[in-house]
Each structure stands twice: as C-alpha cells, then as structure tokens.
Design a protein around this ligand. Structure first.
Ligand code: FES
Length: 119
C-alpha cells in the first residue's frame, strides 16, 4: 500500500480550478469543484491528450483531444464505457495529498461496477 504524497497547496488549486502535478513519473490532473478535489491520470486513455488542459463541465472534464467527458469522481466516460484512472485524494490543513494507487472502473458506476488497480 502506497503512502499519501503531498501534491500541492489547495489554495493554488482553488484559484486555477485545474492543475497538473508530477509525482515521480506519474502526471496527474487535479481539479477543484464545489469544495472538492479530484485526481485523474493526466494522459488521456484515448489518444494521450492532457486532461489538465481540458474544460470542466457539469462534474466532468472534457478532454481537449476528442472531447470525451470523464466523470471527475469515477473517471467513467458514459459514451464509450471506458474509464480514466483516478487516484485517492485527501485534503488536510490546506494541503492536497494523493495516493499513487490508480483505480479503474470495469463497468458503469452504480451498476455493480468493480474497481481494479490500474497498472
Ligand atoms: S485524446 Fe482524449 S478524447 Fe481523444
């Protein structure tokens, strides 16, 4: 089980709403929405565009590559039934921490979907 790793100050994220951080060799896109922080793998599962350069819309991030809409909480893309890896996040005393344990849904959220550890 991996450790919580400091990613950024929450104030930096509150201002920009989105931020790319690199933890080791892993690029992660952080998003701030309605007081919550979400972390997805930055490199899109489709063709590798950067989600940190995407737009936030109705609880999703729209990939700048081909406009797939990833749910911020689950990483799920309804239209294509695929899932971007998401990372556990916690915020303590104004600091955002991430665990490098990416999860990928294998089915739609809420329909007995299971999460698998992403490689
Ligand atoms: S690269 Fe993200 S939708 Fe195509």
């Amino acid at each position: 089980m991996s450790e919580w790793i400091k990613a950024t100050e929450v104030t930096a994220l509150q201002r920009r709403k989105k931020l790319k951080v690199s933890l080791g060799e892993v690029d992660i896109a952080l998003f701030y929405l309605d007081g919550e922080v979400f972390a997805l793998r930055d490199v899109c599962i489709h063709k590798g565009s950067r989600l940190s350069q995407g737009l936030l819309f109705k609880g999703r991030v729209i990939c700048p590559g081909h406009q797939w809409a990833f749910d911020l909480r689950t990483g799920w893309v309804e239209q294509w039934a695929r899932c971007q890896p998401v990372f556990p996040v916690k915020v303590e005393e104004g600091v955002v921490y991430i665990k490098l344990e990416p999860r990928v849904l294998t089915g739609p959220p809420g329909e007995c979907a299971s999460a698998e550890q992403a490689s």
